[in-house]
Design a protein around this ligand. Structure first.
Ligand code: ZN
Length: 242
């Protein structure tokens, strides 16, 4: 089975559509949360996802919109955008988000937005936290989002520490047989200095992944954000990829 792994779409329908246009070699989609928040098209993004064969989990921004995460935990711009996203959401799409389970597993993979031990909030940015989070894993592999930075953490056999590295773009990358935590990066608001939408395609039989980057019309997303008066800082960051 080939899985298109998406995360942190963040209401950026232009970026999502560009990914779906460019990446066709998959059987089903796994979406790691934060489908909404920040951007201008929450319903379009959820509607599009629901048209696809997929499974999904919620992120902190989805929970913010549902009133399940305290908005005080968001910075002011994120909070404003979250409240705007909340106002837009249709009852059907609200029910859809409400029904998503916190984590899911399939074969060797666990899906969690932040981390296996704290699925909504924990950020896995460094090897030491990834290592501790692996203690909560009941499968060998985990897929997470939340940081918007594509990375693979690999448990080392000798000292049970964690190595980390960025999988090359556009080249098949065979995962080692150790425990790994994989982040596909963000579709709608990349933060690794590359403004192109980020995603991965994973072959679950061969355990091979490919990191893909897809350019999209950032200016169009920014224009849509301006039109509904979302915070300027949130649209400006898209062209810089942070
Ligand atoms: Zn996010």
């Amino acid at each position: 089975m080939r899985i298109l792994v998406l995360s942190d779409i963040h209401s950026n329908a232009i970026a999502l559509e560009a990914v779906l246009d460019a990446v066709r070699d998959w059987d089903t989609v796994w979406c790691l949360g934060d489908t909404i928040g920040y951007g201008p098209n929450p319903n379009e993004c959820i509607d599009r996802l629901r048209e696809l064969p997929h499974m999904a989990i919620p992120g902190n921004h989805d929970w913010g919109v549902l009133g399940k995460a305290a908005l005080e935990k968001f910075n002011l711009d994120a909070r404003r955008a979250n409240l705007w996203n909340r106002e837009q959401l249709t009852p059907e799409n609200r029910d859809y988000l409400e029904a998503l389970p916190l984590t899911r597993s399939d074969g060797e993979f666990t899906l969690a937005h932040g981390s296996p031990r704290d699925p909504i909030w924990e950020y896995l940015l460094y090897g030491d936290t990834a290592c501790k989070a692996m203690g909560a894993l009941t499968t060998r592999l985990a897929l997470v989002g939340h940081t918007h930075i594509p990375v693979v953490f690999v448990e080392r056999g000798e000292d049970h520490g964690c190595g980390m590295g960025r999988p090359p773009v556009g080249e098949p990358f065979a995962l080692p047989e150790a425990r790994c935590i994989i982040n596909p990066g963000s579709v709608g608001q990349p933060r690794d200095g590359d403004p192109r939408a980020s995603c991965m395609v994973i072959d679950t039989k061969e355990i091979i992944l490919e990191h893909r980057r897809i350019a999209y019309d950032v200016e169009e997303t920014q224009a849509r954000m301006r039109a509904v008066e979302l915070p300027h800082r949130l649209s400006a960051r898209l062209e810089l990829g942070w």
